[in-house]
Design a protein around this ligand. Sequence first.
Ligand code: PBG
Length: 321
Amino acid sequence: MSHIRPRRLRSSAAMRRIVRETRVSVDDLIYPVFVTHGSGLREEIESMPGCFRFSVDELVDEATKVRDMGIPGLLLFGLPMHKDECGSEAYADDGIVQNAVRAIKSRVDDLLVITDVCLCEYTSHGHCGIVRGDKVDNDSTLELLAKAAVSHAAAGADIVAPSDMMDFRVAAIRDALDTSGHLDTVIMSYSAKYASGFYGPFRCAADCAPQHGDRSSYQMDPANGREALREVALDIDEGADIVMVKPALAYLDIIRSVREITDLPVAAYNVSGEYAMVKAASANGWIDEQRVVTEILTAIKRAGADIILTYHAKDAVKWLR
Ligand code: PBG
């Protein structure tokens, strides 16, 4: 019989602590939030219990709380007043996100403000780019994404996060940021973003479901792993500072392979559907929310993520040790 007994190292809580390989820290977390026009608003999102759409004034309070909890940053998604064919509010100087960034930056110190750069929340058709005929046109979308990124940077965003999946958008955004003097604005690219059913609750929250067709001509096929590495390599070449894999849980293998091909920070997005499943099951008493959330975040980190974007961030801070 072998003299090796792995259970020795699991014999007490203190023993387990000294051999633990992966620790999730508050420093790893980014909290995504939704901002809407109006004032005094804090509307709970039905499909994402515990998450809210905030008006700018309320968002400043929320940002202060998030900062006080030690969470390093917020990711902002905007709900415009009006939608149109070309998503004008996405790049308007007084758009909802631009106003929110200025308000947070003028009142809350020591908090990174990250903005989602995409058109889908702002377009009447709900696609992430300009629609021509029945196609989403790549090259005419680039200019608008670049304008959105520059307007976010001008408002004070620390990091812009393009989530549209158009080809060459990182290069277009980097170029536009640099020529407008925003040399220090970081690009966190949604490099490997899959066409996923796990975005369902977000599309209700941000009212951005495509009105016709789906996003599979620009977001990645969930069946493809090698293609993710190609997307990541291209984004790195184009100047991305941080690369992201999204969603996280069904794509832990992709997070691991991306970790292995780059020394850049790797982010993973624990998306709305992943959050909603945990919330629904725990509301029914079927799972222990604290345990499951801790296990999920640990798994994402163990797979190789340095940064985790998660709607669980505020709860997780209380649970992580
Ligand atoms: C917009 C965008 C989406 C998400 C982040 N940015 C929705 C989509 O691509 O349909 C999803 C986030 C989530 O589900 O939590 N392009």
